[in-house]
Design a protein around this ligand. Structure first.
Ligand code: NAP
Length: 527
């Protein structure tokens, strides 16, 4: 548990809409940010009037902001317009002021003052100077928000949080000599560090646990007021940010992209059920070497986070291997690692994709010895499938659109390789009716451009005993619909996703995973 606050940011063009959003924000917010710069100019006075009507009965403090576009606001505003706004005598809570207006005397009447700095182009080299400048304004809270395009830059603001904690502690420690020391007359200044962008999302989750005064959240998904913002519901219910502390064990998914990963929902649901002081975070990592060096390895890391392990996804499943101290037999044979466990600073690599794939298949099909299995695709997922099927004694044939690319997989596992092609009207040429099982490991049918595509039509699989589509988003793919219409039993990709996640949970915590709840958490996010 920590003392941090959730600030829900509210933005609307009319006063009426604003009030509606404020009411909805009250469900989650400790503080509500009122983005006055979102309003049409004729609505500003109307909103202040409505807020006065709401009165101080409202127990949740408001933060008022009124920023020009170049400062991160919604509208073009002159300095004069901003001065007039802050001079209008409408003090209704806390004021979030930029450096150019913070010193003006008119802003003294606000309950608290925040001085904020925004940079949407990246992390400025003189960040520490800016921090000192803001601290020198003697406001109650300083806010520094910078854009991080990679995980390395997201460290810069985090270091300020640590610095601020040290400085505030120095001040508190020196209270005993209050009368003697001029230095002690300073007071603690809270900090809100924000790293915008996908690569900075981890700071929004862990900030409160490490002393940040507040973290910002969107009213709901789709209503974000800054890039990388989570919805308030996700921050509170999925990531449980107010329950975390410096001892919280940190897990996460390391890859690029990770924005749409369902793993945070599955794993955090499992931690909640098992009442573990642990959190699972999306880490968008473009440069894996930098991540391992600056976040993980004890000898070189720049910040101290209590990492216990992480999932690895595209494009790092192979490149992680060189960073490991140990790799287990299965991961070695597959040639890819999707799970890292950290024990006493050492990195142990595993692959749970094979187990995750085969468990649901065996549950539905039974004994796979001598079963004739066709696998479509020859990428990373196919490797884990082939490994697991061979171990079960199945007879596997790989179908790939590029024989050249698939050759190494086929020869490594000594299996047959055939070309997968389509007719001019996109109908798959091959008939798979002499196979027992057909597995799709290509992204055909996946949400986005390929959503309406299917690897196979109902007629081409009508004698197949079971089909298995690794694609899990959407839950019911076009291919699963084909299987259904042909009356062929089918397994969707969510089953594998949950099973490989459950195996990770077991590796990390030593406890049996609540797989049903993990699957349900992922499904809720899909629908
Ligand atoms: P990958 O390494 O990129 O491999 C994709 C394979 O599909 C390659 O062989 C590729 O052929 C082939 N392919 C791509 N587009 C195709 C098309 N239009 N027609 C025919 N073949 C095509 O990706 P991956 O990691 O194996 O993942 C593949 C799919 O499995 C993704 O949709 C992923 O979400 C899903 N998956 C699900 C789970 C789960 O837990 N359910 C786990 C892992 C993966 P080329 O080499 O010629 O491009």
């Amino acid at each position: 548990m920590n003392n941090g606050k959730i600030c829900v940011s509210v933005c609307a063009e009319t006063a009426e809409e604003f009030i509606k959003n404020i009411k909805r924000a009250e469900e989650f917010a400790d503080v509500i940010e009122l983005r006055f710069d979102c309003l049409e100019s004729n609505q500003i006075d109307i909103l202040f009037a409505k807020l006065r009507q709401l009165g101080r009965m409202n127990k949740i403090p408001f933060i008022v902001t009124f920023r020009a576009k170049e400062q991160g606001g919604k509208r073009k505003l002159t300095k004069e317009q901003r001065d007039n706004f802050w001079n209008s005598g409408n003090e209704i809570g806390w004021a979030d002021l930029e450096e150019d207006v913070v010193e003006d005397s008119f802003s003294r009447l606000w309950d608290k003052k925040i001085c904020s700095y925004h940079n949407f182009n990246g992390v400025p080299e003189n960040l520490e100077k800016i921090y000192k400048r803001l601290r020198a304004t003697k406001v109650d809270i300083i806010k520094i928000a910078v854009q991080a395009d990679d995980i390395k830059s997201s460290i810069a603001v985090w270091k300020l949080l640590e610095q601020s904690k040290r400085e505030n502690k120095d001040i508190t420690d020196s209270l005993a000599v209050w009368k003697l020391s001029e230095h002690a007359r300073q007071r603690s200044i809270e900090i809100i560090p924000i790293t915008m962008g996908e690569a900075g999302k981890w700071t929004r989750i862990l900030g409160l646990a490490h002393g940040a005064f507040m973290t910002y959240a969107a009213l709901e998904a789709g209503k974000e007021t800054a890039s990388g913002q989570f919805s308030a519901r996700d921050l509170i219910e999925t990531y449980r940010v107010k329950e975390l502390d410096e001892q919280t064990e940190i897990y996460g998914i390391v890859g690029n992209p990770v924005t749409h990963s369902l793993s945070p929902f599955m794993h955090n649901a499992a931690y909640k059920i098992h009442n573990l002081n642990a959190v699972y975070i999306p880490f968008e990592v473009k440069n894996l070497d930098e991540f391992i060096k600056k976040f993980i390895r004890k000898e070189t890391r720049e910040i101290e986070l209590n990492f216990k392990g992480f999932s690895v996804t595209i494009p790092h499943k192979q490149s992680i291997i060189k960073h490991l101290d140990f790799i287990d037999e299965t991961a070695q044979a597959i040639g890819a690692v999707n799970t890292v466990k950290i024990v006493d600073g050492k990195l142990y690599g595993y692959n749970t994709d094979a187990q995750g794939f085969i468990e649901p298949l065996k549950n539905s099909y039974g004994d796979l010895r001598e079963a004739k299995v066709a696998i479509l695709g020859a990428g990373g997922a196919a490797r884990a499938c082939v490994y697991a099927l061979k171990k079960e004694g199945a007879k596997v044939v790989i179908f790939a659109r590029s024989i050249k690319k698939a050759k190494s997989l086929a020869s490594e596992f000594q299996i047959q390789l055939k070309e997968f092609s389509k007719t001019e009207n996109q109908k798959p040429k091959t008939d798979f009716n002499n196979f027992d099982v057909f597995v799709n490991t290509t992204p055909l049918g996946m949400k986005g451009k390929l959503e309406n595509e299917t690897p196979m039509l109902a007629g081409q699989i009508k004698n197949v005993k079971l089909v298995y589509d690794l694609v899990y988003n959407p839950f019911e793919t076009q291919f699963l619909k084909e299987a259904k219409s042909g009356g062929v039993p089918a397994i969707g990709g969510l089953a594998m996703l949950a099973a490989q996640g459950a195996a990770q949970f077991k590796l990390w915590t030593g406890e049996d995973a609540p797989i049903k709840e993990m699957s349900a958490a992922a499904l809720r996010k899909l629908s």
